[in-house]
Structure formats: C-alpha cells, structure tokens
Design a protein around this ligand. Structure first.
Ligand code: S3P
Length: 187
C-alpha cells in the first residue's frame, strides 16, 4: 500500500525527536508536524510557558535538578495529549523514567549531528546553561560522550548533519510514514 499523508493519516503514537542541543530538533520538528498535519510541541517551550521564564533563567534561579523535575512533568503531560510531534530538550532522554515511558508510548528519533557542526551552532548563541562557566568545546564533548550511547537506544537514528532543515524534515517524514508509528486508516 502506498502510504501518503493525503490519505487518512493515523499517527498511532507521538513522534519524539531527541538529540543534542544544536541538532535542529525544534526547527525540523515544526516542519515535520506541518508535513504530517499533526500538532507540534517543544518541551523547552512548554517549560518556559509553565514557569514564566527562560530555561537559562530557570537553571540560574533553581538549578538543573528543578529544571529536570519540570521537564519530566511537562513530558508526562504532553505524552498524554495523544499523537503529535514532540521535540525534547537535549537532556530529557537521559532521564531513565522518561526514557522508559518513551519506549512504551512513543516513537523516538535521534537527530544525530556531527560534533563540529553542533559546536559551531551552539557557540553562535550563549543560551545553553550547560555550556557556561568553562570551555564550551570541552563541555560539549563530555556531554556528547555521555549521551551518545543512550541516544542510540532511540527507535530510529537519522544522521542530520549540514543538510537544510526542510530536507531533514522530509527525510524524517518519510521515515515516520514507513514506521510502525504510522498507519493508513482502513477504508
Ligand atoms: C539541554 C538542552 C536544552 C535545554 C536545556 C538543557 C541539555 O535544549 O533543555 O538547556 O541538557 O542538553 P535544546 O536541546 O533544545 O538546546
């Protein structure tokens, strides 16, 4: 059967984009949601709306542990909202409770991006609290080394590197349409 989004789309579970800061999860996720005609959420954005301040400010005022608590709560709420595209902050998948939940209830895609590209992107803006207070290159490398083996537990890995975001989103769409997370509704 030729699965197409012009047919009756049936996304069976949330499509969750994971990966490092700078991987392009939010930009690709927004486009992907448009292509799949499904709602889009971004965990950082939802946390900022709930807290009434930026992620950086939350880290500064309350510390990472409180940020992670809020992140878990927000993801829990979003997973209950039904099929959607959900982009997660880079550390969210590292939480064992969230990871187990995602394995049962979502279809996760790791947007895998080369270290040098990530570095070039994250150094453009000073908004990532985890890269402050030291050498950002060394800090990013350490985080990457800790996280890559865990990100590799995702249902699907898509190397995203330097392609334009629209092209990445189309690759993601094709991957979703061919995955068990998608089913064409029976006539
Ligand atoms: C984080 C990534 C950020 C944000 C917070 C922590 C991380 O999101 O959630 O600064 O632990 O990697 P992005 O991945 O969208 O930059």
């Amino acid at each position: 059967m030729n699965k197409s989004i012009s047919e009756n789309l049936a996304l069976l579970r949330p499509i969750v984009l994971i990966g490092m800061m700078g991987a392009g999860k939010t930009s690709a996720g927004k486009i992907l949601a448009g292509l799949l005609q499904t709602p889009f959420f971004d965990s950082d954005h939802e946390i900022e709306s709930a807290a009434g301040c930026s992620v950086a400010q939350l880290f500064f005022d309350y510390g990472e542990a409180e940020f992670r608590r809020m992140e878990r709560k927000v993801i829990d709420r979003l997973l209950k909202a039904g099929p959607c595209v959900l982009s997660l902050g880079g550390g969210a998948y590292m939480d064992p409770q969230t990871r187990e939940r995602l394995k049962k209830e979502a279809f996760t895609i790791w947007l895998k991006v080369d270290r040098d590209i990530l570095l070039e992107r994250v150094l453009r803006h000073d908004t990532r609290p985890l890269l402050r207070g030291g050498d950002p290159k060394a800090m990013l490398e350490q985080i990457l080394a800790e996280r890559e083996p865990v990100y590799a537990e995702a249902d699907l890995i898509i190397p995203c590197d330097a392609r334009p975001v629209l092209q990445n989103a189309k690759i993601l769409k094709d991957a979703v349409l061919g995955s068990p997370a998608f089913q064409t509704a029976q006539a």
